[in-house]
Each structure stands twice: as structure tokens, then as C-alpha cells.
Design a protein around this ligand. Structure first.
Ligand SMILES: [Cu+2]
Length: 380
């Protein structure tokens, strides 16, 4: 009776935990690429075979235990003495069975899946280069001359539990990658610093981004939609803060997006021909600040005491201009202040520095021109 009560309580507790697990699911995410379909198929096939084997062996064992029990007068076999042929058969037959199973039943479908995975070169419609960087992703369409960065967009307040967490907490970015539906996309991946891994579960592909190497995978996405993923190779303290968002859209829409990326300020651009006025630079700089720097230094410019320094009234943001630019260009080693030399254009750096020097209580009146940033970048 006591046992039954425990069992009932256990079931109730398990159901209670069920509600906590509401966001989780047991199976694979719905596959949307040939590789993801194939992976799921191979997984299901193997699972059925493995479970069939498991239950047959279990049944055989239970039957043997029950049937050959001592109380029925069964005598144990005596293995001492000359070996019989039959004994060898009992060893070799399961061994041969496993060989056939591994190499034939499991090996052949797995081999086909791997061949498919490796076929990156034939008939690609599009090439995207993905570069991992502590802690953001850089996307490039080399043929189209489009290059941009994609960073975490979840506000710091949600991360620090000062605001309620949004629906796509830690799975949202400022610039999602956009891809056309039904086209074979060849991905080339590498890294600027440590090993990262670009992984969108619904695409079924995952390959490490290794510094100094170019590695490839491909995907033909069959369903439009928004797909999310994360870096899946531990890459440092903000490894959990470099998500991936891919919007898969109709081809016309993709073309329009690509076009808009071409005409917009290229992330790694040369200095604009014209000279900025204070107002122009502040207006551009406010946008850059609002998408990137705000996460740490906050809208008020006051930062977060003890973690992110205030820029309002800071010695750097009101002192010599070159020092200010250098902090943004080079970052500060071993702090969250990373170098923006590669991820922002010279014009964007000039703009954001100008903004910081003229926002809040900072009233330096300095205007930084892109050419000046370019010059500092070249200086040893
Ligand atoms: Cu990473």
C-alpha cells in the first residue's frame, strides 16, 4: 500500500515538472533542409532497430530467467571440459551479426548521409561566408560585395534580471542573415579568433569555424520562416551571447534585401568623400551608439557602475580625441570593451566618437572625420 502511495505521488510530481518543461520538446526541430530530413530519417531508422534489438534481447533474458529457474529443477550448464563446436557458434554468431548490423544496416545509410553533407561544391546558387568572432557573427556575400555583422540584440536589462525576459531571449540579433527559399546555399566558415560553431538546428548542419581554415557546409531551405540558433563551440565568456537568426524569404524579397545591404553603408567602408558637420556626425553616431554601445554603456551614458564605465563626463570622452578613437579602435585588452576596428566602418567609428563627445553632459564640440580614423588605423 505504501509503495502504491509513493508511486501516485511520484506521478503527480512528474506531471508538475511537466509544466516547467513546457518550452522543451522531445524530438528534433522540424527539419527544413535535405540534410536535416536525412538526419532525422537515419536517426528514426536506427532508433527503431536499436529498440527492437533491445526489447528482443530483454525478452529473451526474462524468458530464460523465468524458465530456467532453480525451483523448476533446472541444472546449470557445466562449461568445464573440452570445448564443443556449439560453444564457438554462440560466440561467433552474435559477433558476425553485429558486424553486419554496424557496417550494413547502420553504415550504408550513414555513409550516404555523410556524402550528401560533404557535397558543398556542386550547383550552389549562392555563397555565404560566415566568420565567428568573439562575440558576434560576420556574414559576407563575396560575389555581391555585401558584408555585415550580426550581434545579440537582447537588452542587458533582461540578462541582468532587471527586466522580464522576452520571447526570443538570447536568440535575437540586430542584423539577421536573410536567405532565399529553395536555393542551394554554400556556406564557408572561419573565425577571427577562437573556434566557434555556426549551428541552426532546423538546418541539420553544424560545422566548427576554425581560425586559419575555411570549412564548408550547405543548405537548401525548403520552408520560409525565421530560424534561430547559437554558437555551439565554447568560445569564451560571452559564448552564450552570440546567437544566429536567419530569415528565409522568397527570392524576390531576398534580392531586394541584398540590394538594400549594398547601398547601405558598407560595414568596412572607406571614408566618405564629404566632410561631416557636427549635426550629421552626431545623428549617425547616435544610431551606431543605439545599436551597439548602448548595451553596455546605457542610453544615459552612465554605464553600470562597477561593470561598464560611464562615458558621460569620462576623461576619455572629454579628453584628447585620438585617445578616445584608439579605445574604440583597439578596445581594452581582457575587458568587455572589444576592438571595433573590424566590425565598424571608419565613418561609423568617427560618428559614434563624435556622438559620445557631444551627448549627455559632454559638450566638447569636436567633430571626428572618417579620414582621421583611417589615418589612426594606419599609424603603427
Ligand atoms: Cu562562439
Amino acid at each position: 500500500m505504501q509503495g502504491l502511495k509513493k508511486l501516485v505521488l511520484g506521478v503527480i510530481a512528474a506531471l508538475g515538472f511537466g509544466t516547467v518543461w513546457a518550452g522543451y520538446s522531445w524530438s528534433f526541430p522540424s527539419p527544413v533542409t535535405p540534410i536535416a530530413h536525412e538526419t532525422l530519417h537515419v536517426h528514426n531508422l536506427f532508433m527503431v532497430i536499436a529498440l527492437t534489438l533491445f526489447f528482443s534481447v530483454l525478452a529473451l533474458m526474462l524468458y530464460s530467467f523465468w524458465n530456467h529457474r532453480k525451483s523448476r529443477g533446472q541444472k546449470p550448464a557445466d562449461f568445464v571440459g573440452p570445448k564443443s563446436r556449439k560453444q564457438w557458434l554462440w560466440v561467433l554468431a552474435p559477433f558476425a551479426g553485429l558486424l553486419i548490423l554496424d557496417y550494413g544496416v547502420f553504415g550504408i545509410p550513414a555513409y550516404h548521409a555523410v556524402l550528401m553533407y560533404e557535397n558543398t561544391k556542386t550547383d550552389a546558387d549562392l555563397v555565404v561566408k560566415v566568420t565567428g568572432s568573439q562575440w558576434l557573427w560576420q556574414y559576407e556575400f563575396p560575389a555581391e560585395g555585401v558584408k555585415f555583422t550580426s550581434r545579440l540584440a537582447t537588452p542587458r536589462d533582461q540578462i541582468d534580471n532587471r527586466a522580464t525576459k522576452g520571447e526570443n531571449y538570447l536568440l535575437e540579433v540586430d542584423n539577421p542573415l536573410v536567405l532565399p527559399v529553395g536555393k542551394k546555399v554554400r556556406f564557408i566558415t572561419t573565425s577571427n579568433d577562437v573556434i566557434h560553431s555556426w549551428w541552426v538546428p532546423a538546418f541539420g548542419v553544424k560545422r566548427d569555424a576554425v581560425p586559419g581554415f575555411l570549412r564548408e557546409f550547405w543548405a537548401t531551405i525548403d520552408t520560409p520562416g525565421t530560424y534561430r540558433g547559437q554558437c555551439s563551440e565554447l568560445c569564451g565568456k560571452e559564448h552564450g551571447f552570440m546567437p544566429i537568426v536567419v530569415n528565409v524569404v522568397a527570392e524576390a524579397e531576398f534580392k531586394a534585401w541584398l540590394e538594400s545591404k549594398k547601398t547601405g553603408a558598407a560595414p568596412v567602408s572607406t571614408a566618405p568623400a564629404k566632410t561631416w558637420t557636427l549635426q550629421e556626425a552626431v545623428a549617425s553616431g547616435e544610431k551606431v551608439y543605439g545599436t551597439i554601445c548602448i548595451t553596455c554603456h546605457q542610453a544615459t551614458g552612465k554605464g553600470i557602475p562597477g561593470t561598464f564605465p560611464a562615458l558621460d563626463g569620462s576623461k576619455v570622452a572629454t579628453g584628447p580625441v585620438d585617445e578616445h578613437i584608439k579605445v574604440v579602435l583597439n578596445g581594452r585588452p581582457n575587458t568587455a570593451m572589444v576592438s571595433f576596428a573590424r566590425s565598424l566602418s571608419d565613418a561609423d567609428i568617427a560618428a559614434v566618437v563624435t556622438y559620445e563627445r557631444n551627448a549627455w553632459g559632454n559638450k566638447t564640440g569636436d567633430v571626428v572625420q572618417a579620414a582621421h580614423v583611417t589615418e589612426l588605423k594606419r599609424a603603427p
